[in-house]
Design a protein around this ligand. Structure first.
Ligand SMILES: NC(=O)c1ccc[n+]([C@@H]2O[C@H](COP(=O)([O-])OP(=O)(O)OC[C@H]3O[C@@H](n4cnc5c(N)ncnc54)[C@H](OP(=O)(O)O)[C@@H]3O)[C@@H](O)[C@H]2O)c1
Length: 260
């Protein structure tokens, strides 16, 4: 067995993904292949601090060829792949489904990132995950939106529902790999800032927008390092018995994966 597990993580430059990268390296002593369009000073500092254990690749996950090349480079470097965390995601376009303010092209771009990149990543990684000596695992970073109906989040709601569907289906196709879809709660990241700043003008009804501004103002947003710990732990330890499930980071199914 390889001494250290290797995890591929998308969307590592900031927010929840950056916290996950830091936890995988610092708490779980894993090798990390970190993909995001930008590197940013935080990820660069993490790369400087962890040397060989972190491979940061600037890659747009919507570009299938670039994604496959980055995965291949990572597997070639670490000679294995044990976990995959599909975290990269965007929320735009925001606006009512029937509004002319959002275009089909914007919806297609959203699906390229939030849905089709997942299919490409699974095609590129599952064959290697099947051979993992740690037991291969995939964590899909989902959202309450997957089963919700937040007005003006049409693309995001549909994309996260599709993500959950991919997780359920592939779990039945691939018995040698464990797949989990996780709801991380309302996490204190740039995406929440975007909702607060852009939600009103995009037409989010005040009673819905107020849930997010209220959580921010009262300090109730989830710390990325709390939700991130659950994601990292699931990527390395999720039991086969929950393969295909959609779990809440704060629920019973994740109790043993939360940081103490
Ligand atoms: N924040 C919340 O309350 C919340 C709640 C539920 C679910 N989530 C989910 O959690 C995940 C992380 O969100 P976050 O809140 O941390 O958002 P964030 O702060 O906006 O970070 C998004 C990450 O995704 C990367 N990314 C976006 N498009 C990409 C692309 N085309 N290729 C590669 N990387 C890309 C970004 O990096 P670059 O810009 O450098 O590419 C960044 O690292 C998302 O899937 C989101 O849907 C968040």
């Amino acid at each position: 067995m390889a001494a250290k597990p290797t995890v591929l993580l998308t969307g590592a430059s900031k927010g929840l993904g950056f916290a996950i990268a830091k936890i995988l390296l610092g708490t779980f002593n894993a090798n990390v292949i970190a993909l995001s369009r930008t590197r940013g000073p935080d990820l660069q500092a993490l790369a400087d601090a962890h040397g060989d254990a972190l491979m940061a690749v600037e890659c747009d996950v919507a570009d299938e060829a670039a994604l496959r090349a980055a995965v291949a480079r990572g597997i070639d470097k670490y000679k294995a792949l044990d976990g995959v965390i599909l975290n990269a995601g965007v929320i735009e376009p925001l606006g009512p489904i029937a509004s002319e303010d959002t275009t089909l092209d914007q919806w297609r771009k959203h699906f390229d990132v939030n849905v089709f990149s997942l299919v490409a990543a699974l095609k590129a990684t599952v064959p290697t995950l099947r051979k993992s000596t740690f037991g291969g695992r995939v964590v899909f970073v989902s959202s309450g939106a997957a089963t919700g109906y937040m007005p003006t989040w049409g693309a995001y709601n549909a994309g996260k529902a599709a993500l959950n569907s991919l997780c359920r289906t592939i779990a039945r196709e691939e018995p040698d790999v464990t797949f989990v879809s996780l709801r991380p709660g309302m996490v204190n990241t740039a995406m929440q800032e975007q909702i607060r700043n852009r939600g009103g003008e995009a037409g989010m009804p005040p009673e819905f927008l107020g849930v997010f501004t209220g959580a921010y103002e009262t300090g109730k947003l989830v710390d990325p390092y709390d939700a991130g710990h659950v994601v990292a732990a699931l990527a390395l330890r999720a039991p086969q018995s929950i393969s295909g499930d959609f779990v809440d980071w704060s629920g019973d199914a994740c109790k043993e994966f939360r940081r103490q």
